[in-house]
Ligand binder design. Structure first.
Ligand SMILES: C=CC1=C(C)c2cc3[nH]c(cc4nc(cc5[nH]c(cc1n2)c(C)c5CCC(=O)O)C(CCC(=O)O)=C4C)c(C)c3C=C
Ligand SMILES: [Fe+2]
Length: 495
C-alpha cells in the first residue's frame, strides 16, 4: 500500500460533521487538479450538488505505489467504500475514506540531516487507579465528539458529563477493579512508542515518539508541549486506531487542530496525519497471524467460528454524520478473511459490535445478542477477535474475557478462545514504522484557517439550523424523560 496511508493525511482539514456527511456519500466524484491547486471540486452525483473546497496551497496525495513517489502527486480518489486498488507490488489496498476531508498539502520537503522528526501516537487513555475513573469518565463524556449535543444545548455538555460520569463511575470502577485496579493502556502505549522508535531506527530514521492520550495522562496538551520544547521540525500523527471514527481519531485531531491553529510555531510545523491504516498489508497479516496461531489451540480448528468483535459507535455517527467507521470495519474484516483464505483457512466468520453505552441505538448486531444466537444455533467453538483497538484494555480483559466468555459458555458455546491484542507484535510495529516512513514526504504545515471545530458543524445554513433545533429539543426531551432513561437512572446502569 505504501503511500496509501499518506493519502489519508489531512492537514488543513475542516473537520466538520457536514464534511463527513458530504464527503462520505457514495457514487461521487472528486476532482482535483495536479500539483499545487487552489480549488478542489467535489461533485455529488446524487442531486448534482457541487461543493467546492478552496485551499491556498493545496495539493493532494493520492494513493500511489512507490515510496519514492512525491507527495504532491494528485489523483482522482474515489469515495466508494468497495473500491480496491493494487499497488505496484500487487498488494491490495482500498480507497475507503480517502476523501473524507478536503485535504491540502504543501509540496513535500525532503528528509534532511537537520530535521528533527516527531511521531505523535494518538490514543484514548485510561484511568490508572480507581480514583481516576470518575474524572476520566468526565473527560470522555465532556467531549462533544462522544456526546454530540445540538449546538443550542452545548452549554449542557459539562453538567451532563459530570452527571453521567458520576452515575457511570461505580460500574466502571467494578470493571477496572476486576482487571487489577486500572487500565493497562498507558503502559502498553509507552511500550509501543519505544518499539516504534527502535523500528524507525532500524530504518536509519531517528525520531522522537510522543504519546497523546485524549482523556487521561499523558494528555494531548502534554505531548504537544514536549514537541514544542524539543523543537521538532516534522511531525507524523499516527492514531493507534486502525479504523477512523469521529469519536476516536476525529476527536483527537480536532483537539490538535485547535492547538495548532493559534500557535506560531505549531502552525508552521510540517505535519502529516495518517487517518486510518486498517487496510495496510502489515496490519492485516499481523492480525491473520494472531488468528491462525490461536486457531491451533482448538481440537478442531476448522470448526471454529471466527467472531470479530468491534467497539461500537452510535448509529447516528454513521448514518447522520457520515462516520466511515462501519465501512472501514467491514472492509478490514474482509481483508483479514481474504488473507486467511489465501493461507488455506476458510473458517466461518461474523462481525458484531460491543461496548454500547446509553439508551441510543448503536451499530448492530450487538456482540452479546449474537453470542446467544450462535449458541442457540449450535455453534460449539468460537474464537473472539477484538478488532477496533490494538492494545489490551478494559473491553478485551473484562468485557470479552469475562462477560462475553461467561455468556457464550452459558449459551452452549463450549470451546472459547480469544485472540490477544497486537500490543508490541514485531510485524505490526514494523508496519507502523513503514506507515510513518511513507507519510514523511507528505508533511505540510497546518492551515491557519479559522473554522475547524466540529462544534461549528453545519449550523451555518438557517434551515438546517432550525431543523437541528427542532430535533435537538425533541431528542433532549426524549433523552431525559424516556422510560428507558429513567429506568437506566434507577438501575444505575446509565451510560
Ligand atoms: C475504536 C475504539 C473505540 C471507539 C470507536 C469508542 C467509542 C466510544 N466509547 C464510548 C464510551 C466509553 N469508552 C470507554 C473506554 C474505552 N473506549 C475505547 C475505545 C473506543 N471507544 C478504549 C480503548 C477505552 C479505554 C479502555 C481502558 O482500558 O481504559 C469507556 C470507559 C470504560 C467503561 O466505563 O466502559 C466509556 C464509557 C462512547 C460513548 C463511544 C462513542 C460515542
Ligand atoms: Fe469507548
Amino acid at each position: 500500500m505504501d503511500v496509501a496511508t499518506a493519502s489519508r493525511v489531512l492537514p488543513q482539514t475542516k473537520l466538520t460533521a457536514s464534511n463527513f456527511r458530504t464527503l462520505s456519500t457514495n457514487n461521487s466524484s472528486f476532482l482535483c487538479t495536479r500539483s499545487r491547486v487552489t480549488k478542489c471540486s467535489f461533485k455529488l452525483s446524487n442531486g448534482g450538488k457541487e461543493v467546492h473546497f478552496v485551499s491556498h496551497e493545496a495539493s493532494r496525495i493520492q494513493s500511489c505505489g512507490s515510496r519514492s513517489q512525491k507527495s504532491d502527486v494528485l489523483g482522482v480518489p474515489s469515495l466508494s467504500s468497495s473500491l480496491k486498488h493494487k499497488d505496484s507490488a500487487g498488494r491490495i489496498f482500498s480507497s475507503v475514506g480517502e476523501c473524507t476531508y478536503p485535504v491540502s498539502f504543501i509540496a513535500s520537503s525532503e528528509h534532511t540531516a537537520e530535521e528533527k522528526i516527531g511521531v505523535l501516537l494518538l490514543n484514548l487513555g485510561g484511568p490508572e487507579t480507581l480514583n481516576d475513573v470518575q474524572p476520566f469518565l468526565y473527560n470522555l463524556f465532556a467531549d462533544p465528539d462522544i456526546i454530540r449535543l445540538p449546538r443550542l444545548f452545548r452549554f449542557l455538555q459539562r453538567p451532563l458529563a459530570q452527571l453521567i460520569s458520576m452515575l457511570r463511575a461505580p460500574k466502571s470502577k467494578e470493571g477496572y477493579a476486576s482487571i487489577g485496579g486500572g487500565s493497562p493502556l498507558r503502559k502498553i502505549t509507552d511500550e509501543q512508542a519505544n518499539a516504534l522508535k527502535m523500528a524507525l531506527e532500524a530504518q536509519d530514521i531517528s525520531a522522537n515518539v510522543y504519546v497523546a492520550m485524549r482523556y487521561w495522562h499523558p494528555f494531548t496538551e502534554e505531548a504537544v508541549h514536549k514537541i514544542k520544547k524539543d523543537r521538532i521540525t516534522k511531525l507524523i500523527v499516527l492514531p493507534l486506531y486502525p479504523q477512523f471514527s469521529i469519536s476516536t481519531t476525529g476527536s483527537s485531531i480536532r483537539v490538535l487542530q485547535s492547538m495548532f491553529r493559534n500557535d506560531e510555531y505549531l502552525s508552521r510545523l510540517p505535519v502529516a496525519i495518517i487517518q486510518s491504516w486498517y487496510q495496510r498489508e502489515g496490519y492485516i497479516k499481523s492480525m491473520a497471524d494472531l488468528i491462525e496461531n490461536e486457531l491451533q489451540n482448538f481440537s478442531e480448528p476448522q470448526e471454529v467460528m471466527v467472531f470479530f468483535s468491534a467497539h461500537g459507535v452510535p448509529v447516528s455517527y454513521v448514518e447522520d454524520a457520515g462516520d466511515p467507521y462501519r465501512d472501514q470495519m467491514e472492509e478490514c474484516i474482509f481483508l483479514i478473511m481474504q488473507e486467511l483464505k489465501a493461507r488455506g483457512i476458510g473458517n466461518p466468520h461474523t462481525l458484531a459490535y460491543q461496548s454500547r453505552v446509553g439508551p441510543v441505538q448503536w451499530l448492530k448486531p450487538y456482540t452479546d445478542e449474537v453470542l446467544v444466537e450462535l449458541g442457540q444455533k449450535g455453534v460449539k467453538s468460537l474464537l473472539a477477535v477484538p478488532v477496533s483497538f490494538v492494545s489490551e484494555h478494559i473491553e478485551t480483559l473484562e468485557e470479552i474475557d469475562m462477560e462475553y466468555k461467561h455468556l457464550a459458555l452459558e449459551s452452549g458455546i463450549s470451546n472459547w478462545g480469544r485472540v490477544p491484542a497486537l500490543n508490541c507484535t514485531p510485524s505490526f510495529i514494523t508496519d507502523l514504522a513503514n506507515a510513518v516512513v511513507e507519510a514523511l514526504p507528505s508533511a505540510a504545515a497546518m492551515s491557519n484557517s479559522s473554522n475547524t471545530s466540529s462544534e461549528e458543524l453545519d449550523d451555518d445554513e438557517p434551515m438546517r439550523y432550525v431543523i437541528k433545533l427542532f430535533f435537538g429539543s425533541t431528542l433532549a426531551f426524549l433523552l431525559f424523560f424516556s422510560p428507558k432513561m429513567l429506568l437506566a437512572f434507577r438501575n444505575n446502569n446509565i451510560l
